[in-house]
Design a protein around this ligand. Structure first.
Ligand code: ZN
Length: 160
């Protein structure tokens, strides 16, 4: 069994859409980034790549590569999943937390879990997403951006 950790932060921008866990969230601001700035999926991909010993998303999808400009992070997650299949890994479980003062996300969490489980081709029971605030402290508390952390455990299924 292998574990990996991921962490990511994106800053809010006025002209952006807010997409978290592949789900569009209705909010006055969105996150700024080279791709769709899906901070949750980025932290999940980094956790998966970490567990595989395969670096991070910056190495896999360089942000100076025009191929990834505005790309859906669901598409990137699919590529990371294919890499994990190639290497013979199976997802045991994935746990992640979105750290945001606003917006409220409780009613969107199940949709994110469903989307992520679908892309990763695992049972939704293996995927757990949470959201928390920072009690108004720090950059998250000042609503300057959103952070996300993820941890994943993989089992080596077949030896590739
Ligand atoms: Zn990111």
């Amino acid at each position: 069994m292998r574990v990996g950790i991921g962490y990511d932060v994106h800053v809010f921008g006025e002209q952006e859409d807010l997409i978290l866990g592949g789900v569009e969230i209705d909010y006055v601001k969105g996150l700024v980034g080279h791709s769709d700035a899906d901070v949750l999926l980025h932290s999940i991909m980094d956790a998966l790549l970490g567990a595989m010993g395969a670096g991070d998303i910056g190495r896999l999808f360089p942000d100076d590569d025009p191929a990834y400009e505005g790309i859906s992070s669901l598409q990137l997650l699919k590529e990371v999943k294919l890499l994990s299949f190639d290497k013979g890994f199976l997802i045991n479980n994935l746990d992640a937390v979105i750290i945001a003062q606003q917006p409220k996300l409780a009613d969107k969490i199940r949709f994110m879990e469903a989307k992520i489980a679908d892309i990763l081709e695992v049972d939704i029971a293996r995927i757990n997403i949470k959201a928390t605030t920072t009690e108004r402290l720090g950059f998250v508390g000042r609503k300057e951006g959103i952070a996300a952390q993820a941890i994943v455990s993989l089992n080596k299924g077949v030896d590739n």
